[in-house]
Design a binder for this molecule. Structure first.
Ligand code: ADP
Ligand code: MG
Length: 318
């Protein structure tokens, strides 16, 4: 059985190209570029809460980092460095090999260095802290939305929640649909480049981790504004197309978590620029509504009738 230190050396100690000092000492050393602010965030994945026991370790490695990269994207920050605190039930080297393959494959794509962490024995839990850089004064905040701004969403919504529903037996999907929805849930694509390119364009931004409606409400509260959204305009994951379950689609699209798309607001004068940006990045960017004065989220169905929807995911909701 390898020791804790052997595990760290074998699986986590990789050259940190963009740091002054990486794994191996009591702390890492980093130096942000001149004129850069540090953006720092952390996100945790717990077995039985965020993923099922026996989940694929490679996908977990990907997702644990992806959800953190998504927070950087929502701030308009460029992710640079990550720390990994992990509790493992056993020194399972097959598991660690898969997990680190998923983690480092994604880290390398975005030139993120793993510069430290902590390894302990315990029920499987993964916490990553991410550090990124954003030019002084250009970070994107939840608080910047203004009346008259458009509301935009990247990609498509609801697919991750649909996969979860299918795995729980609440929806029946064909094999191809189950696989593609499953990828949205297990291996989300963080919208890092989009976040960077929205600096100076978006007035407000958040990543959709807890469901469109709940996350939009966070933007509205922080910005002190209301919104009008057209349900028919929301981009829905293609896996809903043949399902014919409107109620489930609505629940997943409005309140389903784990999509990790960006929701952002921008002045109407930015429309052409945003459309060009989406085309260049090959990411669908859809205008779904508008920011209004007040504090209400008004959601209209295809016939213009008001719809109700619950909040986003809340770990402590009864
Ligand atoms: P300390 O006792 O000072 O906390 P540790 O023995 O926990 O040091 O860790 C030794 C080194 O390995 C440190 O540089 C730490 O950041 C790094 N490290 C430990 N666990 C991980 C991990 N899971 N991922 C990345 N680096 C890790
Ligand atoms: Mg330690």
């Amino acid at each position: 059985m390898p020791s804790e230190f052997e595990l760290i050396a074998r699986y986590f100690d990789r050259p940190a190209r963009g740091a002054l000092l990486g794994v191996g000492d009591d702390a890492a050393l980093v130096r942000p570029g001149p004129g850069m602010e540090l953006a720092v965030s952390t996100d945790m994945l717990i077995e039985g809460r965020h993923f099922a026991a026996g989940a694929n370790p490679r996908a977990l490695g990907h997702k644990a980092l992806a959800v953190n990269l998504s927070d950087m994207a929502a701030m308009g920050a460029t992710p640079r460095w990550a720390l990994l605190a992990i509790a493992l039930p056993a020194a399972d080297e097959n598991w660690l090999a898969g997990f680190t393959r998923g983690l480092f494959t994604l880290a390398e794509r975005f030139s993120v260095d793993l510069i430290g962490g902590d390894t302990t024995r315990g029920p499987l839990a993964i916490a990553i802290t991410i550090l990124g850089e954003v030019p002084d004064g250009l970070a994107l905040f939840r608080a910047g939305a203004r009346p008259g701004d458009d509301i935009w969403v990247s990609g498509a919504l609801g697919g991750a929640a649909l996969a979860l529903a299918a795995r729980a037996g609440r929806a029946t999907l064909g094999a191809a649909q189950a696989a593609s929805a499953g990828r949205r849930l297990d291996e989300p694509e963080p919208r890092v480049e989009l976040g960077e390119r929205l600096r100076g364009i978006a007035t407000g931004a958040i990543d959709i981790s807890d469901g469109f409606a709940g996350d939009l409400r966070h933007v509205l509260e922080r910005s002190g504004v209301g919104a009008l959204v057209h349900y028919a305009r929301l981009p829905k994951a293609p896996e809903f197309a043949d399902l014919g379950d409107e109620q489930l689609e609505r629940d997943c699209v409005l309140s389903g978590g784990d999509d990790y798309e960006l929701l952002f607001t921008a002045a109407q004068s930015s429309r052409t620029e945003i459309e060009t940006l989406g085309g260049g990045l090959d990411i669908a960017l859809t205008r779904v509504g508008a920011i209004q004065p007040g504090d209400k989220l008004v959601l209209l169905d295809a016939r213009g009738a008001a719809m109700t929807c619950g909040g986003g995911y809340d770990h402590f909701a009864s």
